[in-house]
Design a binder for this molecule. Structure first.
Ligand code: CMP
Length: 140
C-alpha cells in the first residue's frame, strides 16, 4: 500500500445543507488528511472542463449546470490508498445503491445531487488535483 492523494469535492447540495464539517470528519476518521481545502463557486465553463470526459453523456448539461449552481468545497485528501478509501467512504454514485453508513447513503438526494465527488483512479486523481490546485497550495 502507498500514500496517495485524491481529489474530493463537497458538491453544492452538501455545502447548501451545511454538511461540510460532518463530511470532513468522516474522511479524517478514515485516516484521510485534507492537505488542501478551498471553498469555490465554479463557473459553468470550469465545470465543463472538469467533467470533459462526460461531455457526450446525456446528463452532461444537467451535471455542469448543477455543479455551478452554488459553492462547493474542493479538497485534496492524502493517506494510505486514498483513492480507494475515499470511494469507500463516499459509497456508490447512485445513493439507491450505496452501502449503509456511506456518505451518499446518508446524505445524497439523487444520482446527480450526490453530495460528494472523488477521483476514480491514480491518473484521474493527478489530473483532477492539478485542475484545481497548485502544488504550493498543498501542505503536508
Ligand atoms: P461524480 O463522481 O461527480 O462524477 C460524474 C457525475 O455525474 C456523478 O458523480 C453523478 O453525480 C453524475 N451522474 C452520473 N450518472 C448520472 C445520471 N444518470 N444522471 C445525472 N447525473 C449523473
Amino acid at each position: 500500500m502507498a500514500i496517495e492523494r485524491t481529489l474530493s469535492i463537497i458538491k453544492p447540495d452538501g455545502v447548501r445543507r451545511n454538511l461540510v464539517g460532518k463530511i470532513i470528519a468522516r474522511f479524517e476518521e478514515a485516516g484521510l488528511v485534507p492537505v488542501a481545502v478551498r471553498r469555490h463557486w465554479m463557473s459553468r465553463r470550469e465545470a465543463e472542463g472538469f467533467y470533459a470526459v462526460h461531455k457526450e453523456r446525456g446528463f452532461f448539461a444537467e451535471l455542469t449546470q448543477y455543479m455551478s449552481s452554488g459553492p462547493v468545497v474542493l479538497m485534496v485528501l492524502e493517506g494510505e490508498s486514498a483513492i480507494a478509501k475515499n470511494r469507500e467512504v463516499m459509497g456508490a454514485t447512485d445513493p439507491a445503491k450505496a452501502a449503509e453508513g456511506t456518505l451518499r447513503k446518508l446524505y445524497a438526494q439523487s444520482i446527480g445531487e450526490n453530495t460528494v465527488h472523488g477521483s476514480d483512479a491514480p491518473e484521474t486523481a493527478k489530473t483532477e488535483i492539478a485542475y484545481w490546485f497548485r502544488e504550493t497550495e498543498i501542505a503536508r
